[in-house]
Design a protein around this ligand. Structure first.
Ligand code: SF4
Length: 355
């Protein structure tokens, strides 16, 4: 309920209340104007998409649509939409959105790695477009037209307006290099190409919906990858492996060691922001454990149990190094790096202080 002033809000709230009273609800609803209560309710609402998408079966892509119809046609549209889910076998689909504006978001899960599922998605989309346009609605409401609805723009707006849009597009972008296929597309099947596949990779991160909420909290985001990118690249590697693209797989694996594994701080800050409780650090910790050998594990396990001794030894080493000629110490560390690897032995620099 939304109004420009208190009086209008009181009236609108009373009208809403009379609707609630007529519904067979499990719990009587209570409207609030308290900012804290409102914020808590919005928190739940804003997490809805990710929470529902996070519970989807592994290997499926969560699709979120954004249609709008005139408010008096909202009920009929939603009822037909529920029938379409049943007719096309989309179980567990969820409808939410902004009812007062006739704006519906719905979410369905689909696999895009098998042709039968893609064919089903084509049939469903045809029926959806028919439904929305027959209700004098719009195929896109508050979000951009993007790629899925681009081939249907002509059907919604007619030839004259669509040709005008194309004319403008060609004036601004004569070579068609700006977001090709987005908003306008002359390929009637473009919505079935380049669909995002979400192969099953590992249980720690399969729920990821790639929303990116974790990205601002990640301390390594400006050095290498964000948690979302760490997960997406695992999926890309799984996809490359499935497709037999060994060259891509080799390149991704080679870069992932440093960008994905070694530079993750494993501090779990991503888990604090993630609406589906993914801590990408759990994945990275496991990958590190799989990479390390027993000797390495035993050495670091012992070091961890005697950490003050380790840091004291480090301090003594720095003091000794400081007393020796810097090129000599540098040469020793260079030798160590050549034998044990540059990521294992730090390169001594004459500018380092005493311990
Ligand atoms: S890991 Fe990041 S991108 Fe994935 S669901 Fe959680 S917050 Fe979103």
């Amino acid at each position: 309920v939304h109004a420009a002033d208190t009086d209008a809000l009181t009236l609108a709230s009373a009208a809403a209340q009379s609707h609630f009273d007529a519904l067979p609800l499990a719990v009587p609803p209570r409207l609030t104007t308290d900012a804290a209560e409102r914020a808590a309710l919005w928190h739940v609402r804003k997490g809805l998409y990710t929470a529902v998408a996070g519970a989807r079966p592994s290997g499926t892509t969560a699709l979120l649509e954004d249609i709008v119809v005139p408010v008096p046609r909202l009920l009929a549209t939603c009822e037909r939409l529920i029938e379409l889910f049943a007719e096309h076998g989309y179980e567990g689909s969820v409808i939410f959105g902004h009812a007062k504006d006739g704006n519906v978001h719905f979410l369905l899960n689909e696999r895009f790695d098998d042709p039968d599922s893609v064919a089903r998605y084509r049939r469903f989309t045809d029926d959806l477009v028919e439904l929305v346009l027959s209700q004098q609605g719009s195929l896109k409401a508050e979000h951009g037209t993007g790629r899925i609805m681009a081939p249907f723009v002509r059907r919604q707006y007619g030839d004259e307006l669509t040709d005008l849009m194309w004319e403008l597009k060609r004036l601004i972008d004569p070579d068609g290099i700006l977001n090709p296929g987005v908003v306008l597309s002359d390929d009637p099947d473009s919505y079935l190409h380049d669909l995002k596949r979400v192969p099953t990779v590992e249980s720690e991160v399969d729920r990821c919906v790639e929303c990116g909420y974790c990205e601002p909290t990640c301390p390594s985001k400006s050095i290498t990858l964000t948690p979302r990118q760490r997960i997406v690249l695992r999926r890309d590697m799984a996809w490359a492996e499935e497709q037999g693209d060994t060259e891509l797989l080799r390149d991704l694996r080679a870069d992932y060691d440093y960008d994905g594994v070694q530079t993750c701080a494993v501090d779990g800050m991503c888990g604090v922001a993630c609406p589906v409780d993914i801590n990408t650090g759990d994945l990275v910790r496991r990958l590190r454990a799989e990479q390390s050998n027993a000797v390495e594990g035993a050495v670091w396990g012992t070091a961890a149990k005697h950490w003050s001794m380790v840091t004291r030894a480090g301090g003594v080493a720095l003091t000794v190094a400081d007393a020796l000629p810097a090129p000599l110490v540098r040469g020793v560390t260079q030798l160590g790096r050549a034998v044990l690897g540059a990521d294992t032995v730090p390169l001594y620099d004459g500018g380092l202080p005493r311990g």
